[in-house]
Ligand binder design. Structure first.
Ligand code: SF4
Length: 272
């Protein structure tokens, strides 16, 4: 099944859990339950999708042993960005559309030039749908998602997630990542192997840099994920949604008007 087909059934994804538990439950409510139309799309979301689609092609070509040059990859990201940015109502930040295009070409360049030839591509864009277990029972909704890339490294599987970031990651970020917990659990359930997870991050410095962050998880981490998902289900069932007034997400939030209506002008003063 494709990711789109899997997403048609009730499910949890890492991003949905993260958004509800760690970013802003009210924003999650507006998007997932009230299904409000967002006022705009974040430039990071659109540019990030374009970056992912381009790397998909780069690594698919490697898997099939088909030549795919850096120049072709840069042309692909350029054309995809121009097409995608024309279709969306984008909220831009410091860079305009031309600046984002140039930045995207630079990010692909550092990602392409740091590919490790000793890593054998096993799968690109591998979807998963696995149960979430809490206190010995399955939760009502499974975990659905996609591994960006799975490679064989030194005889073992390694799950890789591609990221772009405004700044370099803190050393502890990968260790704390709920996404790594979700992906290692999903791989373990599919194949009976607990893989390492690596975040390959292209950082949007003036001259882009590339960094990798490797991490591993234990079954205790998966129990924590189960407990958090159970808590998320409880939040939804009891409609415990509220604004996160200090959320970093306020500035770019596409539901600011609805948020103000929910709590009056005080709510979202930071976002205004
Ligand atoms: S503006 Fe901030 S507090 Fe309000 S919904 Fe958006 S992220 Fe949440």
């Amino acid at each position: 099944m494709t990711l789109q087909e899997l997403r048609k059934r009730p499910h949890w994804s890492f991003s949905s859990l993260n958004s509800l538990l760690n970013i802003c439950s009210l924003q999650w409510y507006f998007q997932k339950i009230a299904k409000l139309v967002p006022t705009h799309t974040s430039v990071n979301l659109v540019a990030g999708s374009v970056y992912h689609r381009t790397l998909d092609q780069v690594f698919m070509a490697r898997k099939l042993a088909v030549p795919f040059s850096l120049e072709e990859a840069q042309e692909m990201i350029t054309q995809d960005w121009r097409r995608s940015s024309a279709e969306e109502n984008i909220l831009y930040g410091k860079l305009d559309a031309d600046g984002v295009e140039k930045q995207g070409r630079g990010l692909i360049k550092v990602a392409y030039e740091t590919i490790d030839d000793t890593e054998k591509v096993i799968e690109v864009g591998e979807v998963f749908c696995v149960p979430i277990v809490h206190q010995g029972k399955f939760l009502s909704k499974p975990l659905v998602g996609e591994f960006d890339l799975v490679v064989e490294k030194e005889g073992k599987p390694l799950v890789i997630d591609w990221k772009t970031a405004a700044t370099r990651w803190a050393k502890t970020k990968a260790e704390k990542s709920l996404q790594a917990t979700a992906y290692s659990m999903a791989y373990q359930q599919k194949y009976g192997i607990n893989p390492a997870v690596r975040f390959d991050v292209a950082v949007k410095n003036k001259t882009p840099v590339f960094e990798s962050h490797l991490t591993t998880r234990t079954p205790a981490s998966w129990e924590l994920l189960g407990a958090l998902a159970a808590k998320a289900e409880s939040i939804v069932k009891n409609e415990l949604f509220y604004p996160s007034l200090e959320s970093f997400a306020c500035n770019g939030c596409a539901f600011q008007s609805a948020c103000k209506e929910w709590g009056g002008a005080v709510v979202c003063a930071k976002a205004a």
